[in-house]
Design a protein around this ligand. Structure first.
Ligand code: HEC
Length: 423
């Protein structure tokens, strides 16, 4: 009998010790532990004057949202970054995700009743320029859509708007930035180029140039790197609007800065879509989870600069693999909790961007979830197929690719090896 009691005592003692060890670090306060995380990972969107529903800059701003914050960060729903961080390439230039430790800190803070803490410990708040500024600098060309009128009440509206460019000759883009005139009703905007004579294989919907969402301030290409904008191109603005209780107007503008006339950058960035070609079909029966595959064989040596999955409301996951020449496969990136509301472009860190020789096959795996378990699913009882409407679905990954000749490719591979040795 005594022996049994003793046995039970052992775990109890361990527990007490565990608590004693954890207690000091679990006293998380807003000013000391939480505010630095919010300033780093939330404030760029959650500050006064943006479309985000609230500011998270001060204790007073953040306190009422504590429960919602805990939930969103635990689900890795906020900040919007949907990669499975346990596989593939780990380093991205625009990574805004929270570390497991950050999440723990926030959760402990909320669980402790979201205390404010010592005011003196509050870090200096970051400052943000006016949303009306062009963050990429004075533009060379502005292209604006016609006025769009959004109803006061009703469901979100996804719509294509078009605009003609006035560009007399081809120009090399150095940077791009998109701004809606009325940020309060625009969730996102993605701009596509519709060239007059597009190369074979270009989707009818155009080639992706850039995307806008709150907290995102344009794209600047690296030194001697750019994208070619052809004279006579039309632009398609893929817009996602939401209703805010009164009728609203919006025009969206994309700004371009170009390299000087006659200058041809050494590295051309091409936006390359991979779809499930050749059949390019999507069959998503009711109440099912469907996997669809697509392949793309690199005809030339390539560096892949970014990865951006595109699916609609039933999209749940997408993985990009490289099938190497020696027949081994490697996961490059995998999104495991896709969210159609966010068009996140995952930009590889300079020394992590995959360098792949000609002949490598890129393999895209898409998962669509047409069951009730998918919270974004508008209706699990209907069949869905490929289409432009948001209630239809899509499966496409956009890659920014730079093609490299053999000499340049070997040079970059060698450079990478040397760096890896030093580290
Ligand atoms: C890239 C911009 C962006 C970043 C970064 C971001 N948010 Fe958000 N957040 C939004 C937008 C826009 C919404 C409203 C639309 C939505 O829910 O998608 C939102 C919604 C929320 C909500 C839900 C509010 C509600 O109405 O219930 C919470 C909570 C939240 N964010 C917390 C955070 C926290 C905490 C961080 C940082 C750890 C963060 N967000 C980072 C843009 C952002």
């Amino acid at each position: 009998m005594i022996a049994r009691v003793k046995k039970h005592l052992v775990p109890v003692i361990v527990l007490v010790f565990a608590c004693a060890v954890v207690t000091p670090s679990s006293a998380q306060t807003f000013t000391k532990e939480v505010a630095p995380i919010f300033n780093k990972s939330c404030a760029s969107c959650h500050h006064e004057g943006t479309v985000a529903p609230m500011s998270l800059m001060t204790y007073k701003d953040a306190r009422p949202w504590a429960r919602a914050i805990k939930e969103r960060v635990l689900m890795r729903d906020m900040p919007p970054w949907h990669l499975d961080k346990t596989v593939g390439i780990r380093r991205y230039k625009n990574d805004i995700s929270l570390s497991d430790r950050d999440i723990q800190t926030i959760v402990k803070w909320v669980d402790a009743g979201a205390p404010e803490g010592d005011l003196a410990a509050m870090p200096k708040p970051p400052t943000f320029a006016s949303e009306d500024e062009w963050f990429t600098g004075r533009p060379d060309l502005l292209v604006t859509t016609n006025d769009f009128v959004m109803y006061a009440n009703g469901p979100d509206w996804w719509i294509d708007q078009y605009a003609d460019m006035t560009l007399a000759e081809d120009r090399w883009i150095k940077s791009m930035e998109i701004k809606p005139s009325n940020r309060r009703i625009v969730h996102h905007a993605v701009v596509y180029a519709l060239e007059q004579n597009p190369p074979a294989g270009t989707p009818e919907t155009g080639i992706q140039l850039n995307e806008y969402a709150v907290g995102k301030y344009g794209n600047v290409f690296a030194e001697n790197t750019g994208m070619l904008l052809k004279a006579g191109t039309r632009l398609r603005f893929d817009m996602h609007y939401f209703a805010i209780g009164s009728e609203q107007h919006n025009r969206t503008t994309i700004s371009f800065k170009f390299y000087p006339k006659g200058f041809v950058p050494k590295y051309q960035v091409r936006s390359v879509p991979i779809r499930n070609i050749p059949n390019d079909e999507l069959e998503i029966p009711p109440n099912t989870v469907v996997r669809t595959d697509g392949y793309f064989r690199l005809q030339r040596n390539a560096r892949i600069d970014s990865f951006q999955p595109h699916m609609h409301m039933r999209g749940r996951a997408m993985t990009l693999e490289a099938i190497h020449l020696n027949n081994t496969t490697e996961i490059l990136s995998s999104v495991d909790h896709f969210n159609f509301n966010w068009h996140v472009n995952y930009i590889y860190a300079d020394d992590a961007a995959p360098l792949l020789p000609a002949g490598t096959v890129l393999h895209m795996i898409g998962i669509h979830d047409n069951t009730a378990a998918n919270p974004h699913n508008p209706d699990p009882t209907v069949w869905a197929g490929f289409g432009e409407r948001s209630v239809d679905d899509m499966l496409q990954v956009w890659l920014d690719i730079v093609y490299l000749d053999d000499a340049e490719f070997s040079r970059l591979v060698e450079e990478r090896k040397t760096k890896a040795l030093i580290h």
